[in-house]
Design a protein around this ligand. Sequence first.
Ligand SMILES: C[S@@+](CC[C@H](N)C(=O)[O-])C[C@H]1O[C@@H](n2cnc3c(N)ncnc32)[C@H](O)[C@@H]1O
Length: 295
Amino acid sequence: MTTTEPPSVTQFQELVVDPRRRHAEYATMVPRYYQLVGDIYQQAWGASQHFAPYRSGQSRAEAITALEHDLADRAGIAAGDRVLEVGSGVGGPACTVAARTGARVTGVDLVPGRVRAARRAARERGLDDRVSFHVADATRLPFTRAAFTAAYSFEALCHVPDKARAHAEVARVLHPGGVWSGYDWVRADSAGTSRVVETICRAHGVAALSTLDELHRDLMAAGFTDIHVSDARTLGDWEANWVLLEELLGLLPPPEQRQPVLGMMADGGRALCDGARSGEFLIGHWYARRPGRTA
Ligand SMILES: C[S@@+](CC[C@H](N)C(=O)[O-])C[C@H]1O[C@@H](n2cnc3c(N)ncnc32)[C@H](O)[C@@H]1O
C-alpha cells in the first residue's frame, strides 16, 4: 500500500485489535486512523479537535476557545514567546494561542495531511507569519535544546506509546523555566482491563491510556518541577461533550446501513460517553515547569 492510498477499515482493525501491534506500529496506525476519519472529524469538530469543560450557557466553540485561552494565560505565554504544540492536528489550538498572545507557535504532528490542513488554516486566519507546522514525531522532535519558551498539547499524547520519551523530548527543547502544560485522555487506576477503555483505544488509534499517576511519574522522570496533575473534571462541566457526541451519533444511519468507518466511530464515541460517565475514562490535565530561570 502506498501512503496516498486510503487504508481499509478492516486492515486498520486487524492492527488495533492487538495492543502489542498498537505500540510497535503506532507510526503506521496513527496516519491510517486519520486517513480514515480525518475528513469526518473536521466536518464534525472543525479545526480544534479536543474536548472542553463548559461554563454556563457556553456553545461548543466558546468552551473550546476558553480552554485554549486559559491554557495560554496560565502558562504566561506572551508576544515574542516561541511556543511548541505537540500533536497540533489541523491547527485550531495553535492559531487560537497565537492570536490570543502574539507568540510564535510551532506545531508538530505525525500525519502529513493534517500538517497541510493546519498550514491552510493558519493562512486563512492570516497567521502564517507567526504559526508554522511540521511533520514530526513527538518522541523525536526536530528542534535544538531550549528552542521554545513554552510548550503545550491537547489530547495527542494518548496516541503515543512511549509517553515518557515524549515528555523528555519536550523537556529537552524547552527553555529553563518554560511551562509544559496540556490535556490528555487517561484512564482510572481501576480500569486497566476495562472493556470500555480497550474499545476507546481500538476505535481511536490509541496505543494505551496512562493513569494520572503514570502521567505524573513521566513528568518527574523527564525532570520537570512544579508538577500539577489533575482530573480535569474539577475544571467544569464535561457532560455537555458527551451529550453533543451522542447527538452526533444519533445522526448516523442505522447500524446495518453504516459504512464500516462510521461503525467504528460509533463504537468509539459510545465508549467515550460510557467511559466518561462510569469514571473509567478521564481527561487528565498537567502543568509543569522545566527547572531553571526563564529567559
Ligand atoms: C485528537 S487530535 C488533537 C489535535 C489538536 N491537538 C487539537 O486539539 O485540535 C491528536 C493529534 O495528535 C497527532 N499525533 C498522534 N501521534 C503523534 C505523534 N507520535 N507525534 C506527533 N503527533 C501525533 C495526531 O496525528 C492528531 O493530529
